[in-house]
Design a protein around this ligand. Structure first.
Ligand code: GLU
Length: 303
């Protein structure tokens, strides 16, 4: 196994020479303006150290990576009851697809596609003020990262609130099957705000230590839930690109349309990558490449 510092340096240099970074998400105006040619990588290792390359202190919009945190919080509140409302199978469809919801009578395939994440946030909300649910998610993220300086970017949330017609359609469709317990606008407002949490790769990698169950990481998530979350990240973490990510990287991961990526190396490391240009699946293009190269050079694939 080669040394992590050498690997990080080599991978960073090789990937930053890449001419085509992909395009940032166009459907959220606030994200569409971000320069795609940017890269940050942070790796927390089992010896308690954090190693970084590139723009690792730059804040980015974690978007769907927040679905991991809302799921942990919702499981704390609803327990296994949550699995009666959302499944745990890959969907093979894009993140915002509505097609399976009709044939499967309003039960989303998994908690990482948007429909499933909206149900998860609805379970977490459970009749409370959105501010309370958001405080719970933020509190969890801060405790996992051991850093209180993590916040929501209200402009990004508003930007998505203005333009998120697909998510609004999904929420109302779910409500028509009785799978939303709160008014769709309240659940959506909470969902848009959780997606607008901003973090640096250092903060995100540190939060990931809990799921990697590295010695010394905050013991906030039970071993049982960490195992299940990692399984879901492996099979569903990249939407219809999940098979491709498992094939190339061989590790559980969760992407966000802001270009972030959290990758877990069980028992060994937690990796956070950010590069805002996306591939055809809506996952970070350079980020996926970095994850594959790091996993390969460190011998980290779980297979
Ligand atoms: N806020 C985004 C949406 O709902 C999250 C999607 C993603 O990051 O994949 O469309």
């Amino acid at each position: 196994m080669s040394d992590i510092l050498d690997s990080l340096k080599r991978v960073f240099e090789e990937v930053t020479q890449e001419a085509d970074w992909g395009q940032p998400a166009q459907y959220i105006p606030e994200l569409a303006e971000v320069d795609p040619a940017q890269l940050a990588i942070s790796v927390c290792t089992a010896d308690g150290k954090t190693h970084s390359a590139g723009l690792s202190d730059k804040l980015f919009s974690i978007q769907s990576i927040s679905k991991i945190f809302s799921l942990i919080a919702a499981l704390g509140r609803a327990g296994d009851q949550l699995w009666t409302r959302v499944g745990c199978e890959p969907s093979g469809t894009s993140f915002d697809s509505i097609v399976l919801l009709e044939s499967e009578r309003g039960q989303p395939r998994n908690p990482f596609v948007n429909a499933g994440a909206i149900v998860t946030t609805d379970a977490l909300l459970s009749g409370r003020e959105p501010k309370m649910a958001l405080a719970e998610i933020l509190g969890l993220v801060r405790a996992m990262a051991e850093d209180d300086n993590i916040h929501i970017n209200a402009d990004v949330a508003k930007s998505e609130q203005r333009t998120g017609e697909r998510n609004k359609a999904l929420a109302h469709y779910l409500a028509s099957y009785g799978n939303l317990l709160n008014p769709p606008d309240l659940t959506l407002g909470t969902y848009f705000h959780q997606c607008a949490i901003e973090m640096t790769t250092v903060q995100l990698a540190r939060a990931g230590r809990t799921l990697a169950r590295i010695d010394g990481a905050p013991k906030i998530v039970s071993a049982h839930h960490a195992r299940r979350l990692n399984a879901l990240m492996m099979t569903c973490g990249h939407y219809d690109g999940s098979g491709d990510f498992a094939f190339k990287v061989g590790l559980p991961g969760k992407s966000g349309v802001g270009g972030g990526l959290l990758v877990i190396v069980p028992g060994k490391a937690s990796i956070a990558i950010w590069s805002p240009g996306l591939n055809a699946y809506g996952n970070s293009k350079a980020g996926t490449r970095v994850a594959a190269m790091l996993s390969q050079s460190m011998g980290w694939s779980i297979f």
